[in-house]
Design a binder for this molecule. Structure first.
Ligand SMILES: NC(=O)c1ccc[n+]([C@@H]2O[C@H](COP(=O)([O-])OP(=O)(O)OC[C@H]3O[C@@H](n4cnc5c(N)ncnc54)[C@H](OP(=O)(O)O)[C@@H]3O)[C@@H](O)[C@H]2O)c1
Length: 345
């Protein structure tokens, strides 16, 4: 059977990993269609030893014959063009936030709730979770199964690359000018911060930590923080899960980390938690894993597992994972693999 896969946003940070993973994991397809804006149309991108010419999303027949469309080009693009791909006969796996909370759209972390895509989804669209939520889901699912999760306090340490290629570029552009002024970094940080431009991140990111990530909502939380609550509830099937999120941008290129305090129905010890997490697919336990060391790796790494000092039902731990891989491209390709395994494409 011939199978055609489209990658929408093929020239972006996530798109680049999608292309590589389709190739490395020998995804069963006979044709790929790489799609981006008119700006990129005509660019030639390597694939399986040859080259594929990027097509503009506005081409009327761009989704013709496509069986699976992997969208990674922002919410506006997904809202406008994912239904086009579905109408042309494709199942869409979407990386943006556009469809995640739609009750007719499964929100899938393959190790956690792949069962939600046993049949063709009602709208023909499956959503990939937010990259921070994704990383936290693996240990939280393992612990929930063992102890019954009731509450999560999560503080993220999110990489520049979470804002796409432009987020990486902005951090890169800030490092050298500020390093050259390292005396000023110590003497007058506010003056140093003004030496460089910040358009993607909410403040100067190089040599700094920025505790405002995403658009502020009326309740004082950002949209990024609300995703942690809302998506966690949907993926884990726990509509009443109490979540207290704080999202922070840190000067890391790629790799998100999250400090989590999780509370359970039953008492928990560090050893019992490690037993519950050891062997969970897609996850490894390490002593104190850092985003830098785990960038470019498929697995999510958990460490610093400690029982709360006072509360025998609460646990503190740290988890890190590559936001472009398990946080985005890898999970997308894994969903596509589940669709193939289930005979849906
Ligand atoms: N970065 C992450 O950690 C991460 C994690 C999870 C999910 N996501 C989501 O994945 C998506 C892509 O993120 P990214 O980090 O890869 O961004 P990016 O590096 O900025 O890449 C954006 C891609 O989308 C294409 N694009 C933009 N507007 C388009 C349009 N109107 N029509 C068709 N293509 C268009 C761009 O094409 P051109 O090159 O032609 O402009 C480029 O290929 C976003 O929805 C993001 O929320 C990102």
């Amino acid at each position: 059977m011939s199978r055609s896969v489209a990658v929408v946003g093929a020239t972006g940070a996530v798109g680049q990993d999608l292309r590589r993973l389709l190739e490395e994991r020998e995804f069963p397809c006979d044709e790929v269609v790489f799609v981006a804006t008119q700006r990129s149309a005509g660019r030639r991108l390597p694939f399986r030893g040859g080259e594929v010419t990027v097509r503009a999303i506005d081409d009327a027949d761009v989704f013709e014959g496509v069986d699976i469309a992997l969208f990674s080009a922002g919410g506006t693009t997904s809202i406008e063009h994912a239904p086009r791909a579905v109408a042309a006969g494709a199942i869409v796996v979407d990386n943006s936030s556009a469809w995640r909370m739609d009750p007719d759209v499964p929100l899938v972390v393959t190790e956690v709730n792949a069962g939600t895509v046993a049949q063709r989804p009602p709208k023909g669209i499956i959503a990939n979770p937010n990259c921070t939520t994704m990383v936290a889901m693996l240990p939280l699912k393992a612990l929930h199964d063992a102890f019954g999760l009731t509450e999560v306090v999560a503080t993220s340490y999110q990489a520049a690359g979470g804002a796409g290629q432009k987020g990486i570029d902005e951090l890169e552009a800030q490092v050298e000018p500020l390093f050259a002024e390292r005396d000023l970094l110590r003497r007058d940080g506010a003056a140093a911060a003004k030496l460089v431009e910040s358009q993607v991140h909410a403040n100067t990111l190089a040599f700094n930590v920025v505790p405002l990530l995403g658009a502020l909502q009326d309740n004082g939380y950002t949209d990024e923080e609300m995703k942690l609550q809302n998506e966690s509830r949907k993926i884990l099937g726990l509509p009443d899960l109490r979540v207290s999120p704080t999202c922070v941008r840190v000067p890391v290129m790629v790799g998100h980390a999250i400090a989590v305090r999780a509370r359970f129905e039953r008492e928990v010890t560090a050893d019992a938690a490690l037993d519950a997490m050891n062997g969970f697919p897609g996850m490894v336990v390490d002593e104190a894993p850092t985003p830098l060391e785990w960038a470019g790796r498929d697995e999510v790494a958990v460490g610093r597992v400690r029982r709360d000092l006072q509360d025998p039902r609460a646990l503190n731990f740290w988890v890190t994972g590559d936001n472009l891989l398990k946080g985005a491209a890898l999970n997308t390709v894994q969903i596509a693999e589940v669709l193939v395994a289930n005979g849906l494409v």
